[in-house]
Ligand binder design. Sequence first.
Ligand SMILES: Nc1ncnc2c1ncn2[C@@H]1O[C@H](COP(=O)(O)OP(=O)(O)OP(=O)(O)O)[C@@H](O)[C@H]1O
Length: 263
Amino acid sequence: MTTIVLDDVWKEYDDRIVLERVNLTLDDHEFLVIIGPSGVGKTTLLRMLLSQERPTRGRILIDGEPIAPEPTHDRGVVFQRYSVFPHLTVLGNVMRGPQWLASPILGRLFGAKRRALEEQAMTLLTRVGLAEHASKYPQQLSGGMQQRLALAQALIMKPKVLLLDEPFGALDPGTRASMHTLVRELWEENEMTIVMVTHDLSEAFLLGTRVIAVDRPRTDPQAPERFGATISSDFEAKSRIVRQSRRFEAERQNARLQLISAH
Ligand SMILES: Nc1ncnc2c1ncn2[C@@H]1O[C@H](COP(=O)(O)OP(=O)(O)OP(=O)(O)O)[C@@H](O)[C@H]1O
C-alpha cells in the first residue's frame, strides 16, 4: 500500500514562483501521468517526489509520513537518458543498487548472496528482454535497450514509487510502442505507484490511470515570475473494471479532446 499526498505544495527559486498550491492525493497503485507546457515545473514536481528538491511551502506525505529529506531506494527513477552506468556491464548495472545497499563500504557481495542476487538480476533482465546482453556494456545497446536496462535497474530495488521523466522521449515510434506495453505490464505485475512526465498526450492517456495537466492559471505580463503553475486539469482515477468499460473509454476520449483543445 502506498499513498502519496501533496498538501498545498509550493516551489520557489529566490523571487520566482515555479509551482504554487499543488494539492494531490494519489491512491495505492496509481499510474499518474503529468503533462503540461515546457518549463512549467513538471520535472520540479518529480524531483520533489524524489527528494532531490524540497517544497518551499506545504508538505509531501508518503503513507501518511513526511517524505524522507533525501532520496531513498524505495523511490526509483528513470530519466530520458543517462540513467545507466557506462563503465558497468548490463548485469553489473542491475546488481549495483542492491550491492551498495547490502554492502555500503565495498559495494560488493560475495558467495551465496552474490549468486542469489545474480539470479534475481538475470530473472529481471529476462523479463525486460535483455538476458542475452547481460555481459555487454550500455554503449553496445540501442536507446530502447538502454531504457529497458534503466527500468530493470530501478525495479530490482522494488520501489514503492517509480518516477519516469520522459522515459521514451528519445525513442523511435516502434520502440516507444513496445516500451509502452512493457512499462504497463511491469506496473501491473509490481505493487508500485508510477508517476510519469511526458509531452505526448496520446502516451499519457494510453498509460495513465490518472492524468493531470500542470499550467499557470494566472499570468502577470509585468512580472512573469509572480505566479506559479498548479494542477489545471485532473482526470480522476478509475477502478480497473470501470476503466475497461466502454463508458469510461468514451469519457476518456472526450476528456482527451477537451484537453487537446485547451492547450
Ligand atoms: N535549481 C533551479 N534553480 C532555479 N530555477 C530552476 C531550478 N530548477 C528548475 N528551475 C526552473 O523552474 C522551471 C521549471 O522547470 P522544470 O524543469 O521543472 O520544467 P518542465 O515542465 O519539466 O520543463 P520541460 O517540459 O521543458 O522539461 C524552469 O523555468 C526552470 O528554469
